[in-house]
Design a protein around this ligand. Structure first.
Ligand code: IMP
Ligand code: MG
Length: 178
């Protein structure tokens, strides 16, 4: 699978070092509060597992599952909720965790869905944020790394459901995007 990458952007130690920093920041910001984490699957799976184990606070974890790409590398703009139950986060301080902020469609839709549950607050944390003009404006409160507008895989991120299990993040070779 390494051969399918143009280059590695963040290796395992770099990811873990950055997670230490974000976790410390989140732990400070949310101390004495009722933290409810909402993980956006599947892409955020590794990120959520590694980040939450660095946050020594009592917290509740819910997962939502969405698809906006339908296996392709272009965002369709249509966001389909696979699991429609809205997490019960009334009066809670919600932290939404997602793998990557691209067009903004996914996080804008999730934020709107979470708002219907009347939480006390909502913040957004993404591992990666693409530097680009977004279709929907989303301003994440915590960002692991800013990246150029390139298609990346690994550490949870997929292309047609592959590469999620790579322990590092890299740019997929353009000719493979098809
Ligand atoms: P958005 O709705 O366009 O912001 O896209 C968010 C979702 O698209 C992410 O949660 C990912 O699942 C997927 N995505 C966006 N960019 C990439 C990428 O470079 N690699 C892999 N998945 C991506
Ligand atoms: Mg995703």
């Amino acid at each position: 699978m390494r051969g399918d990458l143009e280059r590695v952007l963040f290796d395992e130690p770099a990811i873990h070092r950055r997670l230490d920093e974000i976790a410390a920041q989140i732990s400070g910001d949310y101390r004495d509060r009722e933290l409810s984490v909402i993980a956006v699957l599947h892409g955020s799976l590794m990120f959520v597992a590694d980040l939450l184990r660095r946050i020594p606070l009592p917290l509740k974890l819910d997962c939502v599952s969405v698809a906006s790409y339908h296996g392709d590398s272009q965002s369709s703009g249509e966001v389909v909720f696979k699991e429609v139950t809205v997490p019960d986060v009334a009066d809670r301080d919600v932290l939404i965790l997602d793998d990557i902020l691209d067009s903004g469609h996914t996080l804008a839709a999730i934020r709107a869905m979470v708002e219907t549950a009347k939480p006390r607050s909502i913040q957004v944390c993404v591992l990666l944020s693409k530097k680009k003009q977004r279709a929907r404006e989303v301003y994440p409160d915590y960002v692991g790394f800013e990246i150029q507008d390139e298609f990346v895989v690994g550490y949870g991120l997929d292309f047609k459901e592959r590469y999620r299990n790579l322990p590092y993040i890299g740019v997929l070779r353009k000719e493979l995007l098809g």
